[in-house]
Design a binder for this molecule. Sequence first.
Ligand code: SF4
Length: 342
Amino acid sequence: MSYISKKLILWHKTHGRHQLPWQNTKNPYAIWVSEIMLQQTQVSTVIGYYQKFITRFPDINRLAIADIDEVNELWSGLGYYNRARNLHAAAKIISKNYKGIFPDQYEKILELPGIGRTTAGAICAFSFGQHYPILDGNVKRVFARFFGIKEWTGLPLVEKELWKIAEKNLPMTSIQVYTQALMDLGATLCVRSKPRCGECPLKNSCKSFLNQWTSIIPAPKVRKKIPVKEGHILIVQYAEQILFVKRDLRKIWGGLWSLPELEKKDDLDQWLLKFLKIKKSRTMNEGIYNATFSHYKYVMHYQHILIDNINIKIPENHQWLAKTEIQQAGVPTPIKKLLVSL
Ligand code: SF4
């Protein structure tokens, strides 16, 4: 057993996390849902979402037959909605191709939408006791610091090296404990800023601790200036209801309910005529709302208009939502925030 695995397994008994809602089970469905939610989100945020999701969809078949709108609603606020779409799509595949039983072969798991090497490795380790490595952001940080790797861990060559390290350090036994310990160390002690090296079971051999490199490892990514996208959106209101349109699946926020968009501001009259068959509306307000994502900034130029006639026939893929329903609906968070800000 390697130094890392021996130390971590021992440490986990007394210092690891043991009571998270997705622990103490070997159910691959529950583990899969938690791993997907945890991909981009902190444990403290995930707990509530996970419990609601599992209560509503307690097994794969129940998720597979669900309406995607309901899945999106339960995901609303977690962000990165392609995770919810992939979960739903993968549940359908498991239901159809594997009779609703989660496959127990790493390669088959890896073929499912939204599952990469780390998620497949965690499912195999926690559910089936199989020996596969994981390498999420936290684990990369632990290995980079321990071995003193000073390059940015997102570089393909560095990543390849880290996967090798992850494989080499797998223990022959106690794979579940080891995998959880690695996750816990990265999340609780070897955190990005001010790691608690004094309490760390790896400190006696950790290059970053011994050389005082923890503030320079992991190296930050050289950031490019993020692009700015602009859009013209419409807040169409009748009484206390707002008009929403379902987003194209191939676009950002695909499958969610968002606000109608115009090519340009002056297209409003044309849009009213084309989609609502009316000529007139009253403008309540106009403005700009900025939303910043990891890859770009979205500048929304909005027009808030009021219409007087509810009897108009709205086109397919559109629906009215009462203002009180919006926060619970499958609506992108920036749009919810914009509507709250008005
Ligand atoms: S000693 Fe510090 S830097 Fe090294 S693995 Fe432990 S917490 Fe991370």
